[in-house]
Design a binder for this molecule. Structure first.
Ligand code: SAH
Length: 464
């Protein structure tokens, strides 16, 4: 680093410039934004400079800079666009002990002015030590676009609020408040003017005081089947507030992105060694964070109450006297029937529906196969990929029609959703052929609506 970036205090200080044409104007436009007292030395000056002088915004000395003119200045700009004249004036400044910049002459300048993105009091200075002015301009353009024009207003209001925010405990609580202000609340209210911003800031502070007083708590939140738009508003709010998010393997990354930037995300699906996190460890994590006063979101795919080992986790929280709430989510069965245009229940077909698991702690799960084998029965089988052959065998053994429709929905509601339309006779074969890698739900007794209708029509024709 040949140049060291600093912010120089110029309020009430003197800055001088020699030159009255384009280069001088370019420097002055920026200098006029400061609270410095500016003096311009130029026998002839552009109209703008003369206007500024008339309005008292700067002092114009209508002659060339002379020895002895400088001394009290903090900075001097040689902006006559004439090599010899610039060298002369810069020498005067240096002799007087004033830092000099020669426009477009990096070599002989003692300081340079960076490209600036101005959201006063927030300013971003970009410098490339003359190496790549084009790059500096490109970075500036990008930041200009990214930073809202009202950021300065937000920062000014924020500054007046710093003392008030001391009601929040030092550290994390205060940091959270400010980041909530600048990144969540700010962008929403910035166009509503200063007084609205003041009011919103007050309300935000009340919210944060409440949060910081609140004891730790766990929300069991259903993340739904994958499509972030299938999250509930409550789930979103819980993610917005969470200090810690402990999530399962099947939770889609797009949903995790909705968590606060400051939230600690803990993958409970895998340990760094690729193993499943033991249930005891997950329980201990929730308790530990809740006891630390954190708002913990235990994020589970689908609905937390469906094949989610929720009760074991609630037991652990009860034992540790940690409070919790359950935020339901859309379960895979709901997303799957939606994907194929069917209802889970239908008058005259099935007056009930079963949610089954393909396997439990003891291996392939046993069920009431006789009832399930009856015509019209509908069952949603979770974790059923490996058990397909077993399920098929049991149902056929108990007299189910081999032509019973079966649909397997992989990645329901996600961009890579995939359907396998089959029958009880061929389901195990078709599933193993398909070699699915994503989560899949097996619907016994249902085919996609269009196919089901075509099939019914065919049957009707055959009967005539
Ligand atoms: N609580 C979850 C289920 C967890 S068990 C829920 O309510 O959906 C995990 C099983 O859910 C997977 O093996 C798969 O059968 C099913 N599943 C979860 N997400 C799914 C998805 N997007 N598409 C299809 N099946 C899914």
């Amino acid at each position: 680093m040949k140049h060291y970036p600093v912010y120089l205090s110029v309020q009430g200080q003197h800055i001088a410039l020699s030159g009255g044409a384009d280069a001088a104007l370019a420097k002055l436009r920026l200098l006029m934004k400061t609270e410095a007292q500016i003096t311009v030395f130029a026998p002839e000056a552009a109209a703008e400079i003369r206007d500024w002088a008339t309005q008292g915004k700067l002092t114009w000395v209508p002659r060339a800079l002379e020895d002895g003119d400088l001394g009290k200045e903090v900075l001097f700009y040689a902006a006559d666009e004439d090599e010899a004249e610039d060298a002369r004036t810069a020498a005067i400044a240096r002799k007087a002990g004033v830092l000099a910049n020669i426009v477009d002459n990096l070599q002989d300048s003692q300081f340079i002015t960076p490209a600036i993105v101005d959201r006063d009091p927030v300013t971003v200075a970009i410098g490339t030590e003359g190496a790549a002015p084009v790059l500096a301009r490109a970075i500036k353009a990008e930041l200009e676009e990214r930073l809202s024009p009202n950021l300065g207003m937000l920062a000014r209001i924020g500054k007046t609020f710093r003392k008030t925010v001391e009601v929040l405990p030092f550290g994390r609580a205060r940091r959270d408040f400010w980041s909530d202000y600048y990144f969540n609340l700010g962008p929403r209210i910035e166009t509503q003017g200063e007084s609205a911003a003041q009011r919103a800031l007050n309300e935000l502070l009340v919210d944060h005081v409440n949060i910081s007083d609140a004891p730790g708590h766990v929300s069991f939140v259903g993340a739904g089947p994958g499509d972030p738009e299938l999250l509930t508003l409550k789930a979103r709010k819980a993610l917005d507030k969470a200090d810690v998010v402990i999530y399962d393997r099947l939770v889609a990354p797009e949903i995790l992105e909705l968590a606060r930037r400051e939230a600690v995300l803990i993958d409970a699906g895998k340990t760094p060694y690729g193993q499943h996190t033991p249930q005891d460890h997950i329980n201990a994590l929730m308790v530990e964070h809740a006891h630390d006063g954190h708002q913990v979101v235990r994020l589970k795919s689908g609905d937390p109450t469906v094949f989610g080992r929720l009760d074991e986790e609630m037991d652990a929280l009860d034992a540790a006297e940690v409070t919790y709430t359950i935020v339901p989510g859309i379960t895979a069965a709901s997303a799957s029937v939606a994907a194929i245009g069917q209802s889970l229940t239908k008058r005259g077909r099935n007056s009930g529906v079963r949610f089954l698991t393909g396997h439990d702690v003891e291996g392939f799960a046993d069920h009431d196969w006789r009832t399930l084998a009856s015509p019209g029965e509908v069952a949603a089988i979770y974790m059923g990929k490996k058990a397909a052959h077993f399920i098929q065998g049991r149902l056929l053994m108990h007299g189910a029609d081999p032509a019973t429709p079966v649909t397997v929905i992989e990645n329901a509601s996600r961009a890579d959703q995939h359907l396998i339309t089959t029958t009880l006779a061929t389901m195990a074969h078709d599933l193993s052929e398909a070699d699915l890698s994503g989560p899949a739900l097996t619907l016994i007794g249902l085919n996609p609506r269009a196919e089901a209708l075509a099939h019914a029509e065919g049957q009707a024709k055959a009967a005539h």
